[in-house]
Design a protein around this ligand. Structure first.
Ligand SMILES: *[C@@H]1O[C@H](CO)[C@@H](O)[C@H](O)[C@H]1NC(C)=O
Ligand SMILES: *[C@@H]1O[C@H](CO)[C@@H](O)[C@H](O)[C@H]1NC(C)=O
Ligand SMILES: *[C@@H]1O[C@H](CO)[C@@H](O)[C@H](O)[C@H]1NC(C)=O
Length: 316
């Protein structure tokens, strides 16, 4: 992980030397797409989601389109949610047509963080759709092309963060994933599979974005390596977490536990409050904590401000 980080940092330096990416002071608008990780309305256990923090610290205007539960496309992963292709992009284009989001392309950056719902429960991991990781990844990369065709030029693609710490924690599995108690072997297999999907999808999206970047004239495309950033927070929590409780990367600030023997019953829920919450990497079994979000926000803000960033590679 660490040497990958170094490699990303080196590529960033090279990228800056080659004059790619966005320049300091260039970006005034941030347009976000994605799922609950990026939703600024339905923020779950967080009071503020990362795009709002980023907009504040980078001094840009936020146009938020990401919605909880979203997948890339309902063609691939049919969920009754506001997907990127059937809901978020159409709304953006509608507002673009009537002037609400008619933004100067050179001053605007577009972000996408999607994929967890495409690999998760009722989807790839359980065979709930007729697609593969290749389809969901191609779909996400096609978000760049679709916006480019409408005039957009600056893109930050946030890859899928590690799911292994989440899937590996049977004790905090029941707020969203309401399923019967699983034995530890099944839990372990799911965790391994989630990890494989996240890593494969991220390797694919990197190649696909690089290829696309070479074809889209005038576009600036960045890959933000959420996976490595979250892995680093997991491996070195004291560099990132600052709450008043013992640092915790395997549990969550909000948990519910079903009776341990698997018998049906009412889950027992626990909420960590106040300054203790900033000791956690996860808010619940699916979502990053607010402090993890502040870190994401800080890093994305630095990319938007045109600075070299350890987790970011500009392909063009
Ligand atoms: C979804 O399927 C419809 C009907 O086949 C098609 O028109 C549309 O382009 C597809 N959308 C995506 C994102 O692939
Ligand atoms: C533009 O379209 C959006 C989405 O349909 C709508 O909410 C908004 O009110 C419209 N604005 C104007 C000025 O027509
Ligand atoms: C942790 O640091 C963030 C800035 O990253 C700050 O906003 C927050 O208040 C800090 N939390 C605590 C409990 O000190």
């Amino acid at each position: 992980m660490r040497f990958l980080g170094t490699f990303a940092a080196l590529s960033t330096v090279l990228a800056v030397v080659q004059g790619v990416g966005v320049k300091p002071g260039q970006i005034c608008n941030l347009v976000t797409f994605g799922d609950s990780y990026t939703d600024v309305v339905n923020t779950g256990y967080k009071s503020v989601a990362w795009p709002a923090y980023t907009a504040g610290s980078a001094g840009v205007k936020l146009f938020p389109f990401a919605r909880s539960g979203a997948t890339c496309s309902n063609n691939i992963t049919l969920r009754p949610t506001l997907s990127v292709f059937e809901s978020q992009l159409p709304l953006y284009f509608e507002e673009n047509a009537n002037g609400t989001t008619r933004l100067d392309p050179s001053k605007t950056v577009y972000t996408l963080w999607i994929g967890t719902n495409d690999v998760g429960a009722n989807s790839l991991i359980s065979g709930g759709n007729k697609a593969s990781i290749v389809d969901t990844t191609a779909c996400a990369v096609n978000w760049v092309k679709t916006l480019y065709d409408s005039g957009a030029r600056n893109f930050i693609f946030q890859n899928v963060s590690p799911d292994d710490p989440i899937a590996a924690r049977p004790l905090v599995r029941c707020i969203f994933v309401a399923k019967p108690f699983l034995d530890s072997t099944t839990e372990h297999h799911e965790s391994v599979f989630m990890t494989e999907l996240a890593l494969s999808g991220n390797a694919l999206s990197k190649l696909m974005l690089k290829d696309l970047a070479s074809k889209l004239r005038g576009a600036h495309i960045a890959l933000f390596d959420s996976h490595s950033l979250f892995q680093d927070m997991f491996d070195h929590p004291s560099l990132y977490l600052n709450g008043t409780a013992p640092l915790n990367v395997k549990g969550a600030s909000n948990t519910c536990v079903f009776p341990l023997d698997g018998t049906p019953g009412t889950p027992v829920c626990t909420a960590t409050l106040g300054t203790d919450r900033d000791s956690f990497l996860w808010a619940d079994e699916l979502h990053p904590s607010e402090q993890a979000d502040r870190i994401v926000a800080r890093e994305i803000a630095s990319v938007i401000r045109g600075k070299a960033n350890k987790w970011t590679t500009w392909f063009s």
